[in-house]
Design a binder for this molecule. Structure first.
Ligand code: NAD
Length: 277
């Protein structure tokens, strides 16, 4: 069994990117809007800030109170859309219940939408045209490519159909010539589909959902889940110890897909800079 080391690949991607950023005539700018004090969001934003500082980006962290209204959020986004020094804008999800995440995502200029979550980018991804692609799906594909794991012609089963991971990944894998099955909470006989997978991607949010009886011998398992257990430990959706001797490659949690997601945000901000030139 081989480990798909997201931390190592992230480091290499960002070192390479740093060299390209040094050649630009102005520093790329990334704005992150954080609403409220969700502890997981605070950690994610801190990691994004660290990545941006390391690359020499301008990092504009806009912290808003939990009770901010939609109008105020949209007005801040509109100002950022019109700010020539800002190339990438993202709103840290989840947002408080009184706000509609879709309305917020749609308000971001598609050329600055570094999360790739507005309809323009989602549509372009489905059409396989150049666009900003959501970071986690892109990170998964780049991780597989780094380890020379073929995607074309393979059976890829994805569990989870969120806008953030499952749906865009299904498009991206299709664009890479995989045969894709997208499973979700209403899928009957999940095992029938997971056992077909040459590459199994699990993005559900249920600790240890996938055990060895769900995976095909020699397959590649990508664990997207990030779950915090009562004892404070972080684990994925896959029971690592149960499946590790049956698979050819697996991502660890932490140290796998989450690391790649951060690297892809760095890449997307650079791409947004280039697209806007
Ligand atoms: P979500 O809650 O939006 O979606 C979960 C999906 O899982 C849904 O489509 C649902 O239908 C499906 N599902 C739920 N229970 C199921 C079951 N028993 N069997 C089959 N399908 C089931 O989640 P999300 O935003 O896609 O996140 C999923 C997990 O991935 C979470 O743990 C989240 O923290 C993590 N995540 C990690 C990264 C990363 O960078 N590593 C990025 C995004 C999300």
């Amino acid at each position: 069994m081989g480990i798909l080391d997201g931390k190592k690949v992230k480091f290499e991607i960002l070192e390479e990117l740093k060299k390209k950023v040094e050649l630009l005539d102005r520093k790329p700018g990334l704005a992150v809007i954080q609403i409220g004090e969700d502890p997981a969001s605070c950690v994610y934003v801190k990691n994004k800030n660290k990545m941006a500082d390391n690359l020499g980006y301008i990092f504009n962290h806009i912290k808003l109170s939990e009770d901010v209204n939609e109008e105020e959020v949209l007005s801040i986004i509109s100002n950022l859309n019109n700010d020539d020094n800002i190339d990438g804008i993202l709103v840290q999800m989840p947002v408080p219940k009184h706000l509609n995440p879709k309305v917020i995502q749609e308000a971001i200029d598609p050329f600055k939408d570094v999360d790739g979550l507005n309809s323009v980018n989602m549509g372009k991804l489905a059409h396989d045209t150049n666009c900003l692609i959501p970071c986690t799906p892109m990170g998964i594909v780049d991780l597989l490519k780094y380890y020379n794991i073929p995607i074309s012609g393979k059976n890829v089963t994805i569990i989870g159909r969120s806008d953030l991971v499952g749906k865009p990944l299904a498009s991206l894998m299709t664009n890479n010539n995989a045969t894709v099955t997208l499973c979700h909470s209403k899928t009957s006989n999940l095992k029938d589909f997971t056992l077909l997978a040459d590459i199994l991607v699990v993005a559900v949010g249920v600790p240890n959902l996938i055990t060895k009886d769900y995976v095909k011998e020699g397959s590649v398992v990508i664990d997207v889940g990030i779950n915090r257990l009562d004892n404070g430990k972080i684990c994925g959706d896959v029971d690592f110890d149960s499946v590790k001797d049956k698979v050819s490659y697996i991502t660890p949690v932490p140290g796998g897909v989450g690391q790649m997601t951060v690297a892809e945000l760095g890449l997307n901000t650079y791409k947004a800079y280039i697209l806007r030139k």
